[in-house]
Design a protein around this ligand. Structure first.
Ligand code: PLP
Length: 406
């Protein structure tokens, strides 16, 4: 790496924080990533210098806000390799993006007797909207099983696909196990049956390049806060021809072209799906996060995260009585584990006293927990700003947990 880890860490003010007198070790990056100075400054600067509503005013502030807001859309389109800027719709995040597709495309195109396929690895955000849609439409929800190592059972997936399959919704990377799913292949197979594919990219955008045209997915949902950007903003990529045909999600200002009491003509893409005042400040700061990642470069990010995944796996496996759940051959830097005879909440609380933030619980994947016959796990998820020395501190803390509960 040409840039040092210390230089990278100095961009993230929160990493200087101390918890109970110990330097914070932040291993909850799959829940949300920390924000670099550039992102924090962007939000601050927007409200101090540029605050104004977009697309509405002819005055300078409004024009500037609109330019910066639309600039982020362009950056995201390039980041995802979308064919057009207007294929990127701003939403509050992955959850809202998935709901947008379920309530617009889903309501219009899924009918009684149709089948929707999800995977056993899904976060509730990419499961419940489809389950509820199937209830409303009397359609059938089918589930791709998960193998013991946390990979999807692709043979079963192939067998599930048939002429009634209308939609396939899977995540790119599992937030609980770190499995990187073969979304390109999943999409190709779904398209053979004419099914539309929704990818939940919440975890993927921060770990490596995403190319929606290469995947050929129809929709791709993401959240800024998991990608070093602010909370409350995210997006949905959708193929133009599908977005054009879909009805709007929310109705109101911004999404209209003309309104009379008799009828409303909807706005063109992407505004048709962006009713009301958007989260301008955070959208612009999302652009700053994309710039930050692009400047750092995927090589640097992947090199550090792969190192942490390898080192973390090796060190954790040396702890007696520790079991890793999820050992897929392609994994992101997320490790879920359990300790023999120690409840994950107890372990997490003690680890917290060492200034280490790990996640404990079901990680919004209750059916996946049921698949493994467990209630939850302890999850350490690493970012490029984490270090092997921090992993050593986690291992030390785990050993203390074991002593305490021996
Ligand atoms: N999908 C996955 C795989 C996630 O990890 C998460 C968040 O943890 C979500 C969806 C939901 O994202 P958000 O809460 O930002 O809408």
């Amino acid at each position: 790496m040409s840039i040092t880890i210390e230089q990278i860490r100095s961009d993230f003010p929160i990493l200087k924080k101390e918890i109970e007198g110990k330097p914070l070790v932040y291993f909850d990056n799959a829940a949300t990533t920390q924000k670099p100075r550039q992102v924090i400054d962007s939000v601050n600067e927007y409200y101090r210098l540029h605050n104004s509503n977009v697309h509405r005013g002819v005055h300078l502030l409004s024009r500037q806000a609109t330019i910066s807001f639309e600039e982020t859309r362009k950056k995201l389109a390039a980041f995802l390799n979308a064919a057009h800027d207007y294929e990127i719709i701003f939403t509050r995040g992955t959850t809202e993006s998935v709901n947008l597709v379920a309530y617009t495309y889903g309501e219009a195109n899924i009918h009684e007797g149709d089948e929707v396929i999800v995977s056993g690895l899904e976060h509730h955000s990419n499961l419940v909207p489809w389950q509820q849609l199937c209830f409303r439409k009397r359609a059938k929800l089918r589930v791709i099983p998960v193998l013991d190592n946390g990979e999807l059972d692709l043979a079963s997936y192939t067998a599930l696909l048939n002429e009634r399959t209308r939609l396939v919704a899977v995540n790119h990377i599992s937030n609980t196990l770190g499995t990187i799913n073969p979304v390109r292949e999943i999409t190709r197979l779904a398209h053979e049956y004419g099914a539309v594919v929704v990818i939940d990219g919440a975890q993927a955008l921060s770990h490596g390049p995403v190319d929606v045209r290469d995947i050929d997915c129809d929709f791709y949902a993401f959240s800024a806060h998991k990608t070093y950007g602010p909370m409350g903003i995210g997006g949905l990529y959708g193929k133009e021809e599908l977005l054009e045909k879909m009805p709007p999600f929310h109705f109101g200002g911004e999404m209209i072209e003309t309104v009379s009491f008799e009828k409303t003509v909807f706005n063109k893409l992407p505004y048709k799906f962006e009713a009301g005042t958007p989260n301008v400040a955070d959208a612009i700061a999302f652009g700053a996060a994309v710039d930050y990642i692009s400047n750092l470069g995927w090589d640097t990010i992947r090199q550090q995260e792969n190192l942490l995944l390898e080192y973390g796996t090796e060190k954790l496996l040396q702890v007696e009585g520790l079991k890793i759940i999820g050992t897929a051959s392609h994994k992101a830097s997320i490790i879920s584990f359990l300790l023999d005879n120690i409840h994950f909440y107890d372990a997490g609380s003690v680890i917290d006293h060492f200034g280490i933030a790990v996640r404990t619980g079901n990680h919004c994947t209750q059916p996946l927990m049921a698949r493994f016959g467990i209630q939850g796990t302890i999850r350490a998820s690493f970012s490029f700003y984490n270090t092997t020395a921090e992993i050593d501190r986690l291992v030390e803390a785990i050993n203390k947990v074991k002593e305490l509960f021996a």
